[in-house]
Design a protein around this ligand. Structure first.
Ligand SMILES: Cc1cc2nc3c(=O)[nH]c(=O)nc-3n(C[C@H](O)[C@H](O)[C@H](O)COP(=O)(O)OP(=O)(O)OC[C@H]3O[C@@H](n4cnc5c(N)ncnc54)[C@H](O)[C@@H]3O)c2cc1C
Length: 343
């Protein structure tokens, strides 16, 4: 039996960020990722640079994989165009994940191609690793979440691909919120450095297939792939010696499906708490400060975005009312970012 202080299950943004922040605090870990390569899961690759006061650049500490910054997003509805000013970083997620792994490897061991099949009495199988703390960064279908006795995360579904020809302003991000394009969701057109990341997200799985084939017919793209995206409110995130981060914890801005920054912020808070336990040689493992930490930081915010998404897609049927509501949200968000980023 192999023993270690911390085992991280999952090498997406959440797990790699947890590894990086633990490494910076001198805490050793083993990270197990089932795939042999990074960025195996679909993503729009856009990062809202500043989320609940945390700056991506401060957390990430590198420029690798950041392709460009875009200040304006245009939302296209049946009733016109709305503008929202907010800093979005367009990235190569594959490179961002590789960079996080590079930083994490300073103190930890990253084992690719290692799938954890089961956890029995705190032992990871078939690896036979017994960690003092388990970090569940294993996404929407989290094994660690099941081990903790929590119900599965409720998910919608999203798919993305790359396009070179898009008839839209390439200096802005674009979101299309029209029933004729996606019911119960939206389409995005995000300009990267050389190509566009385009896709759709939909809160109802049953309508997804038909919507997606229509979208694919209309948009010339390649490399299409899909994945679940949490549309849930975060709940219990720790039990005995295990915690959840990222999608496994439903740490996602549910109304827009943005999970990269919440994953990183959650991982940062987790590392802070684990470092304190490590200093006492893990004699007492109380992980409740982790849950208090993220609840104080973004708990209310994430819950609000969850309820907004439900109201937006399930309750309001009129596209006109949605447009009006969105116009107000765009004004408020623009004002917020202008104020905090002193633009
Ligand atoms: C199509 C799409 C577009 C999106 N666009 C954006 C966007 O533009 N901006 C944004 O902020 N968010 C976006 N999101 C959401 C964002 O991608 C996620 O919220 C974020 O990546 C969560 O990261 P994670 O590490 O928690 O989960 P994941 O990225 O799912 O990583 C989990 C990892 O765990 C591994 N794993 C799972 N089980 C095991 C196991 N048993 N053993 C070993 N390894 C295991 C998986 O292989 C995976 O690598 C999008 C999501 C989708 C689906």
């Amino acid at each position: 039996m192999e023993k270690c202080d911390v085992a991280i299950i999952g090498g997406g943004i959440a797990g790699l960020s947890a590894g990086k922040f633990l490494a910076e605090r001198g805490v050793s870990f083993i990270l197990l990722e089932e795939h042999r390569e990074f960025f195996k899961k679909a993503c729009g690759e856009g990062i809202i640079r500043n989320t609940v006061g945390y700056e991506f650049h401060d957390l990430y500490g590198s420029k690798r994989g950041i392709e460009r910054e875009i200040w304006e997003t245009i939302i296209h509805t049946k009733y016109g165009e709305l503008s929202i000013e907010m800093p979005v970083l367009m990235t190569s997620k594959r490179e961002v994940e590789a960079e996080l792994a590079r930083q994490a490897a300073a103190q930890g061991e990253i084992r690719m191609g290692e799938r954890v099949e089961k956890i029995v009495d705190g032992v990871l199988l078939p690896q036979e690793i017994k960690p003092k703390i388990i970090i569940g960064a294993d996404g929407c279908f989290s094994l660690v979440r099941r081990y903790m006795g929590e119900r599965p995360v409720r998910c919608g579904i999203a798919a993305e691909g790359y396009a070179t020809e898009v008839d839209m302003d390439p200096d802005r991000c674009h979101v299309v919120l029209k029933n004729e394009v996606v019911r119960y969701g939206y389409a995005w057109y995000f300009p990267k450095r050389e190509v566009w990341n385009i896709g759709i997200g939909c809160s109802k799985k049953r309508t997804f297939r038909e919507t997606f084939s229509r979208f694919r017919e209309k948009n010339k793209g390649e490399g299409w792939r899909g994945a679940p995206v949490p549309i849930d409110k975060p709940g219990r995130s720790y039990r005995k010696n295990a915690i959840l981060v990222g999608d496994a914890a439903a740490h996602v801005v549910a109304n827009v499906g943005e999970g990269i920054m919440p994953s990183m912020i959650g991982a940062y808070i987790a590392a802070e708490v684990i470092e304190r336990l490590a200093r006492k040689d893990f004699r007492e493992v109380d992980l409740s400060p982790y849950e208090r930490g993220w609840k104080n930081t973004f708990g209310k915010y994430l819950r609000r975005t969850y309820y907004t998404s439900r109201i937006f897609y399930d309750v309001i049927k009129s596209e006109y009312v949605r447009h009006k509501l969105l116009a107000k949200m765009c004004r408020d968000t623009t004002e917020y970012y202008r104020k905090i980023l002193k633009r």
